[in-house]
Design a protein around this ligand. Structure first.
Ligand SMILES: [Fe+2]
Ligand SMILES: [Fe+2]
Length: 231
């Protein structure tokens, strides 16, 4: 099912059942961070999106870098993983560039972003070195939570607590949305992106665990080939 802007529908019921210690660790870590984010941001969804998208754009680049280095060392094919992960990082950065047009981070939030980036980059890099499988599982669970958060954001918009302003130009360009697209359309396409990343990362974790992917991959919305807006 699609809307007028061809936004893929998202299956909100998808949840990967943890199998083994690494999965449970990934899930517990994700739920702990969810609690922290809920406490810190409450219902300030625009601010929440900005801070968390600065984190969400990190794992893809770490995964791409370390997969690239492993393929060089082992002189083997990457099965398309490197470009997929780099594209994920770019897509998450476009989420950030979109939401920065909608809300502006406070000085305190900018300080949080700086601190969290150092800690999260180093921690995720170390985790990926120790267990790439658990690292991808963490991202799969992060994305499950992202789908839930953007669903809450949609409810805020639908119930009128957050104004449904016009979609920023950068978002209309990147997701090929019509001129009259709104913030609601943007949140729908962002949520569809997150659902796709969720299934891709759970799938990568399954491959690394040596078993077939447990979930089918949610369709990815269409994105602009050239992401930079004409000046
Ligand atoms: Fe995102
Ligand atoms: Fe994401």
């Amino acid at each position: 099912m699609t809307t007028r802007t061809q936004i893929p529908a998202v299956d909100l019921a998808v949840h990967y059942r943890a199998r083994g210690f690494g999965d449970r660790l990934a899930y517990g870590f994700t739920k702990t961070l969810r609690f922290c984010a809920d406490t810190f941001f409450a219902k300030r969804y625009g601010h929440r999106a900005i801070v968390l998208e600065t984190v969400a754009a990190v794992p893809g680049m770490v995964g791409a870098t370390l997969t690239h280095l492993r393929c060089l060392r082992n002189m083997c094919d990457d099965q398309g993983w490197i470009r997929t992960l780099m594209e994920e990082a770019e897509n998450e950065r476009m989420h950030l560039m979109t939401f920065i047009e909608v809300a502006k981070p406070t000085l305190f939030e900018r300080c949080v972003i700086l601190g969290v980036q150092w800690v999260f980059y180093l921690a995720f890099f170390a985790l990926y070195l120790v267990s790439a499988r658990t690292a991808h599982r963490v991202v799969g669970y992060f994305e499950e939570e992202a789908v839930i958060s953007y669903t809450h954001f949609l409810a805020e918009l639908d119930e009128g607590r957050t104004p449904n302003v016009a979609a920023p130009a950068i978002a209309r360009h990147y997701w090929k949305l019509p001129d009259d697209a709104t913030l609601r359309d943007v949140v729908l396409v962002v949520r569809a992106d997150e659902a796709h990343h969720r299934d891709v990362n759970h799938g990568f974790a399954d491959v690394l665990a040596g078993r077939p992917a447990a979930t089918t991959t949610a369709p990815y919305p269409e994105h602009a080939d050239e992401i930079r807006l004409a000046a």
